[in-house]
Design a protein around this ligand. Structure first.
Ligand code: ADP
Length: 187
C-alpha cells in the first residue's frame, strides 16, 4: 500500500524482513541498554555484523544508553543502508505510563535524525509490538499518524518512509489503520 503526500513524498506499507530492503536509514527496535536482543534487533545485528555493536559500545561509553522514546545512530555495517537508527520503544504496561508519547517520539526522533544526516529514505519496523507488548492496533495508529505529520511538514529531506511489517497479520492491522487515517491519500 502506498500513501501519497505533497511534493511527491510517500509512505509505503509492505510485508518483509527489514534487513533485506535497501534504504538510506534503517530503524531498529532496540532496548535502552543498547545491548542487542531478539526480534528485529537480533536480525539487524546478525545481518549487519559486529561494526554496529562497536559503534554502540562507543555510544554506551559516552552516554550510558538511550532513554525510552529516543534513538541513536550507528553505521549499518553490511546491511543495505547507510545508517541504523536504534530507537528505544516503550515497554507497554497499561497505557498510562506515557507509552503513546514515547512511541510517537521514537518515530519523530528517527525522522529528525534522518533529516540531520541527509537520509532520503527511511524504513521502520513496528516498534514495541513484539517483546514490548504494545497492542498493535494502537501502535499502528500512532506510528502512521506521527510519520504522516512529519511527511506533511517537511518541505525537504525525507522523501520516502517504509513501514516494514513482518507478517500478513501485522500488515493487515497497519493497512486498516492507514485506510482510516489517510483514505484520500491512498494510491
Ligand atoms: P520490541 O521489543 O520493540 O517489541 P521486537 O523486535 O520484539 O521489538 O518486535 C517489533 C516488531 O518487529 C514485531 O511486530 C515483530 O514481528 C517485528 N519483526 C521481527 N523481526 C523483524 C524483521 N526482520 N523485519 C521486520 N520486522 C520484524
Amino acid at each position: 500500500m502506498e500513501i501519497e503526500f505533497p511534493n511527491g513524498k510517500n509512505l509505503r506499507l509492505l510485508i518483509g524482513d527489514i534487513t533485506k530492503i535497501r534504504v538510506d536509514a534503517m530503524v531498529n527496535a532496540a532496548n535502552s541498554a543498547l545491548a542487542g536482543g531478539g526480534g528485529v534487533d537480533g536480525a539487524i545485528h546478525r545481518a549487519g555484523g559486529s561494526a554496529i555493536m562497536r559503534d554502540l559500545d562507543v555510544i554506551r561509553q559516552q552516554q550510558g544508553g538511550c532513554p525510552t522514546g529516543s534513538a541513536v545512530a550507528t553505521t549499518a555495517g553490511s546491511l543495505p543502508a547507510q545508517y541504523v537508527f536504534h530507537a528505544v520503544g516503550p515497554i507497554y504496561r497499561d497505557g498510562r505510563q506515557g507509552e503513546a508519547e514515547n512511541l510517537a517520539s521514537c518515530y519523530s526522533t528517527c525522522l529528525k535524525l534522518a533529516e540531520e544526516r541527509g537520509a532520503r529514505s527511511v524504513s521502520f519496523p513496528s516498534i514495541s509490538t513484539g517483546a514490548y507488548g504494545y497492542p498493535m492496533e494502537e501502535a499502528a495508529r500512532i506510528a502512521l499518524r506521527t510519520i504522516g505529520e512529519q511527511l506533511r511538514e517537511q518541505d525537504a529531506g525525507v522523501r520516502e518512509v517504509l513501514l516494514v511489517l513482518y507478517d500478513q497479520g501485522s500488515y493487515d492491522v497497519h493497512s486498516r489503520a492507514a485506510q482510516a487515517l489517510f483514505a484520500d491519500r491512498i494510491k
